[in-house]
Every structure is written in structure tokens, then in C-alpha cells.
Ligand binder design. Structure first.
Ligand code: N01
Length: 537
């Protein structure tokens, strides 16, 4: 079956890409989705406590005022069910489902140079071809279960948070071990602890967290959001991170220590990712950052009653927000429960999983359930899973052995007509994702529209442009404290054997969007265009 464009993935990115290519350009489009339904990350991530860290009035599409104003969010942060309901509402409004094929995991995609077409195969052996292939596979969709010796011997149940059973997991009366204290683990632990007999949290790297302060949205706020669509969108599209809040223009050094504490306290009380916006220079100045780090560490010590546990939780070895900063609902408070304990893996590392539980250096922890909140093979993993092959049969996995090489995170040299929405080298995971997704979808749609109008068959990033962009991605990260946390998944450090390359673009969403727009205006500078259609035999 041939289509003008194939889109892989039916999350935020795939749905909007389908709408844009089909309804704006009039292309024939098929979306291939591995899951049984739409939702992308929110289809898979149904673990206890799962909730978006972006606020509901910003975690939406902004491309249509009508869509925006027709949707009502119920809480400050939307949960997976509400996000899936929202995406279903969008899909119904735009009649998207008829062009989406579920249960269709792409297992191979190769570029045929003779026809300048992509040949795509799904797990069930179905084959498709297309002029354009758009990977809308998300950045965090390839679950990372660490290769801990002995897992096959474990007699209990185990789950990865990113592949959570749809029917849920009953923890009542069970001894649960949770490995991982990233954004996911920090959300999951308080909820698991409520029903488990005992929860043991295995912490490798202590982490900052700020209270989310989730709450139902008042009718006044919902009305305000509806009526202020233009302003909310303008803010989200003009900040470094795509969120609908402004970042303070004040630097830490501009205020007295007393004023600083008041500002942090107010941000703490307000809750959420806005804590990072309390001062202008928190992610660019290490001295400034240290004041935020100290403030949070002091809160941890104040909340957690057991001194040794408090010390292990506050023993954080990287600047605040150098790793993705979680937000929580009673995470640190959870360690005051009598049925919760913490194992500091830096002092007492895991040796193996046994039939009965997890053995650390000092003892065996008997468990009925192990929860892996161990994150993802981020950014490159979802692309590798598609076994992408470009010109001359070259493989993406091989080409990226030393780290991803892209131009703007949108295209890869040697892979014509392949677009990667929020690919490595773009702001992606450092932003409120729908904003980054919309910018990419619109750029890709404009680009394909341009190619069709001009009768150009192929577009491909030049190797030089990709090299130059790689240096910019590197320099942008070096200018921030994100460069300091070499053990973060931004560097691929959570997956054994993965090259340590900083993957997202840390120069800011607004600056990036301007760069992309300028490149398009200058006739797609840095891209190589292929033969005109008329010449294709
Ligand atoms: O994954 P992570 P995540 N032994 O990689 C530990 C987004 N997100 O699923 O730090 C022991 O951050 C690992 O330890 P260390 C968000 O972008 C969004 O929590 O590598 N421990 C770490 O503690 C986020 O950043 C939302 O030393 C091991 C944890 O597992 C991203 O998803 C919610 C280990 C993994 O943390 C990923 O978050 C949730 C091992 N072998 C997530 N391997 C919302 O918006 C790994 N760890 C709500």
C-alpha cells in the first residue's frame, strides 16, 4: 500500500502530523501505531501516581483556538486518563481515527534509492511504501529494564512503569521493591506506599523534587484559560522551555539572602516546575544554582524524620535541574511512613535479583513485586527500534554508534525524506512537549508543502550542516548546569553501553524555533534537495 506520507506513532506528535499533512496539504497519510489505541506516552505510562508535570492549560495543542477553548481540564496537572480523553476528543473533532492503524509496530523502514520511497514493514508483516516517513515515536517510549543478574529467577511479579498493565497492579498485602527515583519513581512511591504492606525504595542517585501542589481547577481558572488563549499561547511559544509561565528576570545575586529565601519559599508553596523560574540564572550560573539546591536539601531534611534517611535523600551530587527536575505529591513525606524504607545503593549496591527478592551487598530484601521505575532508552531508542536504513542500506543504529547526528533534530544525513519529530538535537525533552511538537509538525508540514509545490522529490540534511549543528547542541549544553550531571539520561548515561553524548538542544525553545524558521526562509539552508518528480522514472 502506498501513501504520500507514513507517520509512526499516535501520540501528540502523530495526531497533529496526520491532521497537518492530510487536511492542510491534502496528502494521503497513514499513521502506524504499536498500541491498541492512541495516546503515545500516555497510552503506556499508567503506573500509580502517573501525572503530567506540565500544567493542563499548557499541556494542550495550541494550533486551534476552537479546540483549545472546547476542552475542559479538571486538575492543575492532567493524569493519563484525562490526557487520553483529550486526545480522543481531538481525534474525534478532526476525524483522525480513520487514518490510524493500531496494533502496528514498525519493525523495519528502509529508503529505496531507485524509487526515492520509504519501504516500511510492521510486526505482522504488513508492508507499506511512502514518499515521506515521519517518526512521531516520542523520546521516552523505549523502556529501559536494567540487566540486573538473576531477574529471570525472581518468583514474584515485576513491572516496568512505562509498560504498566492496563488492569493495574494490586499491591495490597505485598512487599514491593521500587528501583529508581527519577520523575516516575518519585510519583509512584507515595501511591504504592498507600496500599503495599511494605515499600522499599532502591535509590542510586538522590534527586531533587519540588511539591506539585496538584488541585482541582476552579471554574474561574478554567474561564480565565479559555479567555486568555492568545496570551497563554504567546507565553508558551516565547519562553526557553515552552511552558506557559514566564521566567524571572532577576538573578540570584540581585537580591539579599533574606529576599532570596522568601522567593524560594513562595515558589515552593506555589509548587511545580515554576520553581526553576524563580531566578533567571538558575540553570546557567553554578553559584546561583547552589542556593536553590541548598534550599531544597534543607526542605528534605526538615520533612524526613529519620536522620539517616533524610541524609541519604538529601545527599544529591548534581546541581538542581541538571537532571530533569521531578515534582511530587508527598514524596519525601512518604519516608515517614512505617511501611516505607530507603536503600542507598551508593553505599549498599544491588548484587543480584534472587528468587525471593533483591540482594544488596549487605542483605537480601524479600519482595513480592519489583517495580522498575528505571526510565527509558531515551531519544535514540525509539528510532533504533524501527531498524531504519537509509541510502545504500546504511543503518541508523550503526551511523549513531558514537551518538546521534542530526540537523536540528529534524533530519539525518543519509536518510532522505525521513523527519524525526522532537528528535535528538532539538529542544524536545527540555520543554513542555506539545509546544516543541507543534513547532516541528508545522516546520515539517511547511517543508513538505514546499517540496510538493516545487516538484522536488527528496530533501536530506547535509553532513556538514549536521556536524555544525552537533557542535551547537554541545555548546548550548556546556553553557548550562545540565552539562554537569554526566549520569543523566540526557547524556544516555542510564543505559549501559550507550554513548555519552548530550542529546537535546539546551539553547532554548524560542531561539531554536527562530533558527528553524530562518533556515526555511533561506531556502532550507543546509539541506540537499533531490531530483524533481518529472525526472523520476
Ligand atoms: O526515568 P529516569 P523516569 N540500578 O531515567 C534509576 C519524563 N517523565 O522514568 O539517576 C539502580 O529519570 C536511575 O538512577 P540514576 C521526564 O522527562 C515525565 O523517572 O541513573 N537504579 C533513576 O533514579 C523524566 O525525566 C513525567 O543513578 C537505576 C531512575 O532509575 C523521564 O520521563 C513523569 C538503574 C530512572 O530515572 C524519565 O523519567 C515521569 C539501575 N540499574 C517521567 N537504572 C511527567 O511529566 C536506572 N536506575 C509527569
Amino acid at each position: 500500500m502506498h501513501f504520500d506520507a507514513l507517520v509512526v506513532g499516535a501520540g501528540f506528535a502523530g495526531l497533529y502530523q496526520l491532521h497537518a499533512l492530510r487536511d492542510r496539504l491534502g496528502l494521503s497519510v497513514r499513521v502506524l501505531e504499536a498500541g491498541h489505541d492512541l495516546g503515545g506516552t500516555w497510552y503506556w505510562n499508567r503506573y500509580p501516581g502517573a501525572r503530567c508535570d506540565s500544567e493542563s492549560h499548557a499541556y494542550r495543542y495550541f494550533f486551534s483556538r476552537e479546540l483549545y477553548q472546547a476542552w475542559e481540564s479538571s486538575e492543575r496537572y492532567p493524569g493519563p486518563e484525562e490526557i487520553r480523553a483529550y486526545l480522543d476528543f481531538v481525534a474525534r473533532k478532526l476525524e483522525l481515527r480513520r487514518d490510524i492503524q493500531f496494533n502496528s509496530r514498525v519493525v523495519a523502514a528502509s529508503f529505496d534509492e531507485r524509487s526515492s520511497r520509504w519501504q516500511v514493514e510492521t510486526q505482522s508483516g504488513e508492508r507499506f511504501s511512502a514518499d515521506f516517513l515521519v517518526a512521531a515515536v516520542g523520546c521516552l517510549s523505549a523502556a529501559n529494564v536494567p540487566a540486573i543478574e538473576g531477574l529471570a529467577d525472581f518468583q514474584g511479579e515485576w513491572y516496568h512503569t512505562g509498560q504498566w498493565p492496563h488492569e493495574g497492579v494490586d499491591f495490597a498485602g505485598k512487599r514491593v521493591g521500587q528501583i529508581g527515583t527519577g520523575s516516575t519513581g518519585i510519583q509512584a512511591a507515595p501511591v504504592i506506599a498507600q496500599s503495599a504492606l511494605h515499600l522499599t525504595v532502591f535509590q542510586r542517585t538522590a534527586n531533587y523534587s519540588v511539591p506539585a501542589r496538584n488541585a482541582p481547577l476552579t471554574p474561574e481558572f478554567r474561564r480565565w484559560a479559555r479567555e486568555n488563549f492568545d496570551e497563554i499561547r504567546a507565553v508558551a511559544r516565547s519562553t526557553v522551555n515552552g511552558h506557559a509561565f514566564r521566567i524571572s528576570e532577576q538573578n540570584v545575586a540581585d537580591v539579599t539572602p533574606e529576599e532570596r529565601e522568601k522567593i524560594y519559599q513562595a515558589a515552593w508553596d506555589y509548587g511545580g516546575l515554576q520553581f526553576r523560574a524563580a531566578f533567571h540564572d538558575l540553570v546557567t550560573d553554578r553559584t546561583a544554582n547552589a542556593t536553590a539546591a541548598e534550599f531544597i536539601k534543607a526542605r528534605i531534611r526538615a520533612v524526613v524524620r529519620d536522620a539517616a534517611t533524610a541524609e541519604a535523600l538529601a545527599d544529591i551530587d548534581h546541581p538542581y535541574a541538571a537532571k530533569r527536575p521531578p515534582i511530587d505529591s508527598d514524596y519525601f513525606e512518604t519516608f515517614n511512613r512505617p511501611n516505607v524504607s530507603l536503600v542507598d545503593l551508593r553505599k549498599d549496591p544491588i548484587e543480584r535479583v534472587t528468587a525471593r527478592g533483591i540482594r544488596t551487598r549487605s542483605r537480601e530484601h524479600a519482595l513480592d513485586v519489583i517495580v522498575f521505575a528505571t526510565g527509558f532508552d531515551a531519544m535514540t531508542g525509539p528510532l533504533f527500534r524501527m531498524n531504519i536504513r537509509g541510502r545504500g542500506g546504511r543503518s541508523l543504529r550503526e551511523d549513531w554508534k558514537a551518538g546521534p547526528e542530526t540537523y536540528l533534530g529534524l533530519q539525518v544525513p543519509g536518510y532522505p525524506n525521513l523527519f524525526t519529530i522532537t528528535g535528538p538535537g532539538s529542544p524536545s525533552v527540555l520543554t513542555n512537549m506539545p509546544v516543541a511538537i507543534e513547532q516541528h509538525v508545522e516546520w515539517i508540514t511547511d517543508c513538505i508543502g514546499f517540496l510538493r509545490r516545487e516538484g522536488i522529490a527528496t530533501i536530506e540534511a547535509s553532513a556538514d550542516a549536521a556536524k555544525r549543528w552537533g557542535r551547537e547542541v554541545d555548546e548550548a549544553a556546556r553553557a548550562t548546569v545540565l552539562w554537569d550531571a554526566k549520569h543523566s539520561w540526557y547524556f544516555g548515561a542510564n543505559v549501559e553501553g550507550k554513548p555519552r553524548v548530550f542529546m537535546p538542544y539546551a539553547g532554548g525553545m524560542h531561539r531554536y524555533a527562530k533558527t528553524c524558521a530562518g533556515i526555511a526562509e533561506r531556502g532550507y539552508e543546509g539541506f540537499v534537495m533531490g531530483r524533481r518528480r518529472a525526472l523520476v522514472s
